[in-house]
Design a protein around this ligand. Structure first.
Ligand code: C2E
Ligand code: MG
Ligand code: MG
Length: 659
């Protein structure tokens, strides 16, 4: 009774499985496919089973000589051969065949074969053929039924269908024969159905769970892979994602197509972050990402590289298409943003390179676009540059300069020249500006405008700057006490740790009063990192060092900086004095700056004075000091000393008034 109770749920489960099979069970498509695949794996085991079936039935037919057996053996052989042929030909990996089709084919073959085998075995019993023939076929049929339940446990409905179809004819034959041993055999065969069903279902459960677990972890791995290739802020591809997309696109790039890589850098994005905070910065990045996706073709990959750099990568028909795309991208980024009701304008620099025109592989394509972007930035930002080979030459030259610059100081190839800064009222020298000069043994004189930026990029500027300050301070000690020395400082130098201490040490070593040193800085200095800059200026001002704002009028020309920092001098850029833009407007600007200087007790220096007329104009406009070729070019220290002694003995070097 208890046993019968225990068996009942088994039968219920079997029924459920069979029903669910017909309805299409709840297994996910991929798990189900994997399970169906187990039916088709090892077709050799099926071939072996088929061979034993064919041989046994043929032997049974020959030994018994029964025409029924011959007919059954023939039918069995045809079905067996067809099944094996199909199993070898149909592949579960072939996406053209649906899971349902694979299953149905297998089902039809398996059920027919099982039924034929069962009927053949049952016939040997019913016809009372030779005992050996009965044994051969019965053993074959029972063995097949048992074996097939474990082989096909991946699809239990099929396995149990086969089992039932092979066993039932035998069971009915036993009942028909009716003797005790046959009845016991029939009962045994019948009992084996639920027993084998239970085993099959257990194997199926384990199989299904492990396949589902494997499936889940492979899905998780896929998800992780996607995450690893995604930028969290914008949801765009990150560098890894871009690399992946690039290698995939490159692998099957049609012959006539080109690949365009557009590298975008937002101009002065750091200011957005600093002024409005990182959350707003992130929203700007998200919005830029969104716009890039909208404006780029569907096939394009849009990626964000840490910070404010984006890359759009896609196939294009020709160069013109990439030009069009770059200009659309640029216009789209420039469209003003609205964030929390605030209007915001973002500008960007773009560098573009094409494959195969500019590069032969993904790596060089990136390098070339990066180089083009670098040129866009160096040329004043807010523009698009396409790569051209001269950029590589520039890069090579910069690398060369970098290598040579490091040893130039030791080799004594560098020297400091001094250009006088003259009082426009008296014509007397009030200061000298120290200007570095590099006399290269092979290349001749190198201009600071060429090597200072390289020194800044590579960090050599710190060593170079300290050396210049030390040399300049030493030279100044040779001059009368009322003559000061002006030294140019690059923003990078100021940000280096211990920058202020380095300058004070140079002064101490040269035994120069701090008040005789004047440091010239440009507005670029104030664009970033105001804390370090403030500390630097405060520390040195407290010691008596003075500051001058250089190249005024070329940058932001912000009165804010003049108000915030203790400048003693403003140097008006030479483009206001000479050059194509000089006119009524520049004159008015100089006057306004000069008036400001007078009120704030600052000296206003006019740079780039080349003629007496220019001297007169700026003097009349209210500038107190002047500097330029009219007075003197930058000269070596001994010439500077000579100019001073000449002036002390003979009066002003050049007249400062026209009459
Ligand atoms: P700056 O500080 O504005 O220096 C003035 C530049 O104008 C110098 O060019 C000078 O030779 C040039 N100049 C002076 N008078 C005239 C004139 O009447 N007409 C014309 N056309 N030019 C005139 P230089 O020496 O080539 O230096 C260029 C820039 O390189 C400097 O501009 C400065 O920003 C930077 N620099 C030069 N020496 C140093 C240095 O020792 N350290 C750092 N950090 N920068 C330096
Ligand atoms: Mg200067
Ligand atoms: Mg200047």
């Amino acid at each position: 009774m208890a046993k019968a109770m225990a068996r009942r749920p088994d039968i219920g489960r079997i029924a459920k499985v069979l029903i669910s099979f017909k309805k299409g069970d709840a297994l996910s498509g991929r798990v189900r496919r994997t399970l169906v695949r187990t039916l088709y794996t090892q077709p050799s085991s099926m071939a072996l089973g088929a061979a034993t079936g064919i041989v046994s039935s043929l032997v049974a037919a020959t030994v018994s000589g029964s025409p029924t057996m011959y007919a059954l053996s023939l039918a069995l052989s045809i079905v067996a051969v067809a099944r094996v042929g199909a199993a070898f030909n149909m592949s579960p990996d072939d996406t053209g065949t649906s899971t349902r089709q694979l299953e149905t084919w297998y089902e039809v073959g398996a059920f027919t074969y099982a039924l034929l085998l069962g009927v053949t075995a049952a016939t040997t019993l019913v016809l009372h053929l030779a005992e050996s023939v009965e044994l051969l076929m019965t053993a074959n049929a029972i063995g097949y039924g048992v074996g097939v339940t474990s082989r096909n446990a991946g699809r239990p409905a099929i396995a149990l269908g086969q089992l039932t179809l092979v066993f039932l004819p035998l069971f009915f034959a036993c009942l028909y024969l009716g003797t005790l041993p046959y009845i016991v055999l029939g009962a045994t065969i019948l009992m084996m159905i639920p027993a084998m069903a239970s085993i099959t279902l257990n194997v199926f459960k384990v199989l299904r769970e492990s396949i589902a677990a494997a499936e889940e972890s492979s899905q998780l791995a896929d998800k992780m892979k996607v995450l690893a290739q995604t930028d969290v802020v914008t949801n765009l591809a990150n560098r890894a994602g871009l690399n992946h997309a690039m290698s995939e696109t490159l692998a099957d790039l049609p012959d006539k197509q080109k690949l365009a890589l557009i590298w975008i850098d937002l101009d002065r994005f750091k200011e957005v972050n600093d002024l409005l905070g990182h959350p707003v910065g992130d929203r700007v990045l998200q919005e830029v990402g969104r716009r890039l996706q909208i404006v780029s073709p569907e096939k394009a990959t849009v990626a964000r590289f840490g910070g404010d750099e984006f890359v759009v990568f896609c196939t294009v028909e020709d160069r013109r298409e990439s030009e069009r795309l770059a200009s659309e991208i640029h216009a789209e980024i420039m469209r003003s943003f609205r964030i929390d009701g605030e209007r915001l304008e973002i500008r960007a620099s773009l560098g573009v390179a094409l494959l195969p025109d500019d590069a032969e592989n993904a790596d060089t394509l990136m390098q070339r676009a990066d180089l083009a972007l670098y040129h866009a930035k160096v040329n004043g930002r807010h523009q698009t540059r396409f790569f051209d080979p001269s950029m590589s030459r520039d890069l090579a030259r910069r690398r060369e300069i970098e290598a040579e610059l490091r040893s130039a100081i030791q080799k004594d190839e560098l020297s400091i020249y001094f250009q006088p800064i003259v009082d426009l009222a008296t014509g007397r020298i009030r200061a000298f500006e120290a200007l570095v000069r590099w006399f290269h043994p092979e290349k001749g004189e190198m201009r600071p405008g060429e090597f200072i930026p390289v020194a800044e990029e590579t960090g050599v500027i710190v060593t170079l700057g300290n050396w210049i300050t030390a040399q300049a301070a030493k030279a100044c000690t040779q001059w009368p006490d009322d003559v000061t020395i002006a030294v140019n400082l690059s923003p990078l130098q100021i940000k280096a740790p211990g920058a202020a201490l380095g300058i004070l040490a140079a002064l101490r070593e040269a035994k120069l009063e701090p008040s005789r040193l004047e440091l010239e800085v440009t507005e670029n200095l104030f664009l970033e990192d105001s804390e370090a800059t403030e500390a630097f200026i405060d520390d040195l001002s407290a010691q008596g060092v003075r500051f001058a704002l250089d190249d005024f009028g070329t940058g932001y020309s912000s009165l804010g900086y003049i108000n915030k920092y203790p400048f003693k001098k403003i140097k008006v850029d030479r483009s206001f004095v000479s050059g194509p833009d000089v006119g009524r407007k520049t004159d008015a600007i100089i006057r306004a700056v000069a008036e400001l200087g007078a009120r704030l007790d600052m000296d206003i220096v006019a740079e780039g004075l080349e003629t007496i007329e220019q001297v007169e104009v700026v003097r009349e406009a209210g500038c107190t000091l002047g500097q330029g070729f009219y007075f003197s070019r930058a000269v070596p220290d001994y010439t500077a000393a000579m100019l001073l002694s000449q002036e002390r003995e003979e009066g002003p070097l050049r007249k400062v008034a026209g009459q």
